[in-house]
Design a protein around this ligand. Structure first.
Ligand code: ATP
Length: 212
């Protein structure tokens, strides 16, 4: 199974990294690919250049064979549409290999506003990670999708290439990139919220200091 975790990673932190490790173990896969987006269509634009976010990600996963970075969205022009990324991956993997994308419940609540969202379950499984405070409107389209395609157990995902939805509870760290950016901007330390080499590179590059 090929498993991807997309995000802005502005910057990557221990919340992302722990989630990726927990997922890798729960799903029983060799690797999780972190996919930084170039221009996120559904949220505020990252204040940091793609190449800086990518460099920080590479530092964060250095020496960890279970995590990789897939920078394909940074090499594409224009907004990063997940359907397009999954379609490229499907072409590369062939029709039979299971492909799964991971998304936090907070993002999944707006899934029906993603470009070509109905194509996504045709291309991949969707693993929705529960996050405190994030709930679905029971009648909403994402809630219906989750119900209609619900996998009874993790193992089912390995038996089909795409099409299932799985809501997963994982032990999560209460860390957000927003909180890290705010700390740096106001001169407080983000140490221990993210890997030390990432914090060092943020200082070397002078990132997040003068964001508005
Ligand atoms: P921001 O604070 O800028 O919104 P973020 O920390 O939420 O950023 P993103 O890059 O937007 O990070 O998140 C990428 C993915 O990781 C999303 O699916 C999001 O739900 C998930 N995620 C973010 N923070 C955590 C965390 N602490 N634990 C688990 N998952 C997280």
């Amino acid at each position: 199974m090929h498993l991807i975790l997309g995000g802005t990673f502005d910057p990557v932190h221990h919340g992302h990294l722990r989630m990726a490790v927990e997922l890798r173990e729960r799903l029983g896969v060799d690797r999780v690919a972190l996919v930084p987006c170039h221009i996120p269509p559904h949220r505020e634009q990252p204040g940091t250049r793609s190449e800086d976010r990518l460099a920080l990600l590479k530092l964060a996963i250095a020496g960890e064979p279970g995590l990789t970075v897939d920078d394909r969205e940074l090499n594409r022009q224009g907004p990063s549409f997940t359907a397009e990324t999954l379609s490229q991956l499907r072409d590369e993997l062939g029709p039979r290999e299971p492909l799964a994308m991971v998304v936090g419940m907070d993002s999944f609540a707006g899934f029906h506003r993603w470009r070509d969202w109905r194509r996504i379950p045709e291309l991949a499984h969707i693993i929705v990670v529960n996050r405190p405070g994030a709930e679905l409107e029971p009648q909403s389209e994402p809630a219906q999708l989750l119900n209609q395609r619900k996998a009874a157990a993790i193992n089912e995902l390995h038996g089909r290439p795409a099409g299932l939805c799985l809501a997963l509870d994982l032990p999560l760290l209460e860390i957000s990139a927003t909180g890290i950016r705010e700390r740096i901007r106001s001169g407080r330390s983000p140490r221990y919220l993210l890997p030390d080499p990432v914090w060092q590179a943020i200082r070397d590059r002078g990132l997040y200091r003068d964001e508005v």
